[in-house]
Each structure stands twice: as structure tokens, then as C-alpha cells.
Design a protein around this ligand. Sequence first.
Ligand code: CAA
Length: 282
Amino acid sequence: MHIKNIGIVGAGQMGAGIAQVCAQNGFETILYDIQVELAEKGQSVIAKNLDRLVEKEKITIEQKKEAMARLKIATDLKTLVTTQLVIEAATENEKIKLDIFESLDQVCPKEAILASNTSSIPITKIASVTKRPQNVIGMHFMNPVPVMKLVEIIKGLLTSEETYTSIFDMTRALKKESVLVEDFPGFLVNRILCPMINEAVFALESGISTAEDIDKAMKLGTNQPMGPLELADFIGLDTCLAIMKVLHEGLGEDKFRPAPLLRKYVQAGLLGRKTGRGFYKY
Ligand code: CAA
């Protein structure tokens, strides 16, 4: 299927980032959120990001205007009836996501592809609440979406080859690279990244070094743009913990047990950048 019309469900950081990249690359894009304030906030974040790109002369003012003209916001899910692909980027909560997919299955044309940006919920499970599991797939974008080059494409057990090909082509049209991943807990990036972050928290907990030096070691010693603790704050400590729990439960191995200090930070509500404090203060 040659995709031209896209709906994005959820206008948070990830949803808005995905909508920006879609609108910038020529797709008619509808950014849906249940709350009008959130949809409008997403739209204004996109406008500001595009303004910055104009200032840096990465895009022209016309390109910004064209992208904004391709972007609509909506608070009624039925608006997505015109779309060929919906990418769900709602809160990482299983019940919420399953409810959304059940509704999307009723609202969207039967040939439409339903994709999820989930970082941890099995695609096969999400597909099972729809009557079109062959058209359900994972599109896992990385944060910040406009900057990061990768999309993990995850095939559920019943995802068709046709659906995969459409999403592979569409990802290229977004000027992103993709990797094909089977539906296993944590998929690929988080399976490797989150245990590294978790190990950095264990190192901090054991007093091996300070947060600053753990990050400095990994930045200067392994050329990572952010140290693992800084990155954990950037991702959100609650998200890191949730992913570690999925890996631990799903794969049943001790090596994936969440660091007690990570649990403690989450219990204290110190979730990283979004709450103003995690391993660092912002
Ligand atoms: N939106 C749009 N653009 C952004 C941005 C944002 N939120 N944040 C930074 N940028 C842009 C800047 O405008 C800048 O653009 P130019 O080069 O055109 O000037 C560029 O990115 C670099 O930014 P900065 O110079 O401000 O800062 P930096 O060089 O430190 O880069 C970073 C910032 C890109 C975030 C970099 O630190 C980085 O790559 N960090 C690692 C990010 C990462 O690993 N993400 C994956 C997390 S895992 C995940 O997302 C999956 C999951 O399920 C948890």
C-alpha cells in the first residue's frame, strides 16, 4: 500500500515528534488526542521545532508552512476514518493501548494499517484485540524523534509481509532507517540499552563511582552522546523501570532484575527531566 494519509494517536513528546516528521515529509497527518489542550500543545511544539529549523536554515519558511498545512489536530477518533495508517503513541499502559486498538479497529477502514509505538507491550497481544492482526505492526521510534535515525519495525506473529513492506517503505519516506525485529520482550534496542542503564544504576548503588563519573566514563570511554544515567533521566526513570520489569518477567532471567535504587527513585517520584529531578537536577 502506498501510504499518504496518517493518523497519530497521542500528542505527547513521541506522538508530536512522529507527527512532525510525517508532516515534514509530505504525509497528510492528523494528530489526535483525547484532550484538545494536549493536541494543541503538540501542534505548537511542532511549530516551534520547525521555527528553529527555519532559523538554522535547515528548512525554508515555505517548507514550514507546507508542513503545518499538512498537519491537522483532532479530538474525535472517527476523524481517522480517512487514514491509511494510524500510529498509536499513547501512554505506555497496556489497558489504554488495547482499548485504543479496539476502537481504531472499529473506526478505521478495514485495509488500514494499525501501528504501535509501544516500547514494551507485545505486538501480537495488541493485534489480538483487533479483527485485522495481519495489519498490525510495531513502529518503535526513538526519542527525540526528529533527530534519531532509527525505527524498530516489529512484526507480530500474524503480521503480513505486505504490511511489513508498506511500513518499511513508509519509514524510508520519513528519511529514517529501520531494523526488522521479532516480537520478543523489549524488542531490540531496549533489550540492550535498558540493562546497560540498569547496570549503571547498580554501579551507583554499589558506590563504585559518582553519577557524574559513571556518565563521564561512558561518554568519553565509549563515545556515547549521553552517559547512561543522564540518558535514564532523559527517557524517564519510570519508563526505564517498566521496561526492566517487562524484560525480567518476559525473559525470566535474573540478569534483568531492576536495580533497587531505580525502584527507589521511581517511588520517590524522581522520574528524571520531566519531574525536574532524577539522578540529576534540572
Ligand atoms: N527535538 C528536535 N530536535 C532536537 C531535540 C528535540 N527534542 N533535542 C535536540 N535536538 C536537535 C538540536 O536542535 C540539534 O540540532 P542541530 O544539530 O541541527 O543544531 C541536535 O539535535 C543536537 O542537539 P544539541 O546540540 O542541543 O545537543 P546534543 O548534541 O547533546 O544532542 C541529543 C542531543 C540528540 C539528544 C543527544 O544527546 C543524543 O543523541 N542522546 C541520546 C539519545 C538517545 O539515546 N535516544 C534514544 C533513547 S531510547 C528510546 O527512545 C527508546 C525507548 O523506548 C526508551
